[in-house]
Structure formats: C-alpha cells, structure tokens
Design a protein around this ligand. Structure first.
Ligand SMILES: [Zn+2]
Length: 72
C-alpha cells in the first residue's frame, strides 16, 4: 500500500476510476489529495480532489469514483 505523504501514515492512497472522465486517479482516503500518476505520488505534484473535480465539471464526491482499490 502507498501512504499519503501528507497524512503521516494515517492516509492510504487508493487507486480509483472516474468513469465520467475515463480516467484513473490516486486518492488519499484521509485528506482527499489526488495524484494522476502512480509513479509520482509526492507532496509537490498533487491536486485537491475538490478542485480537480470542479475543473472537470463534476461534483467532488467519492460516489463519482468506482473500482477503488487500496492495492496500487
Ligand atoms: Zn492524505
């Protein structure tokens, strides 16, 4: 499992699919920080789930995510 760099071991980065965007993201289950690249889960290149979803015209809700996996 991948730990979120912001959550001191409290957050796990999950792989998830946004069907409406046909996109796979990586999201922390604690702080809702997201990354678009599995190889690049760092503090410097993250997005906020809320901002990202709004930029794409979607509501920032976990129900928009499918196929959520903790193993990624
Ligand atoms: Zn986190």
């Amino acid at each position: 499992m991948t730990e979120c760099p912001f959550c001191d071991g409290q957050g796990i980065v999950c792989k998830a699919r946004i069907v409406k965007l046909n996109l796979t993201i990586y999201i922390c289950d604690e702080c809702d920080t997201i990354w678009l690249d599995r190889k690049d889960i760092k503090e410097t290149n993250c997005n906020r789930f809320e901002d990202f979803m709004e930029q794409n015209g979607l509501l920032p809700l976990w129900i928009e995510l499918t196929n959520i996996q903790r193993e990624c």
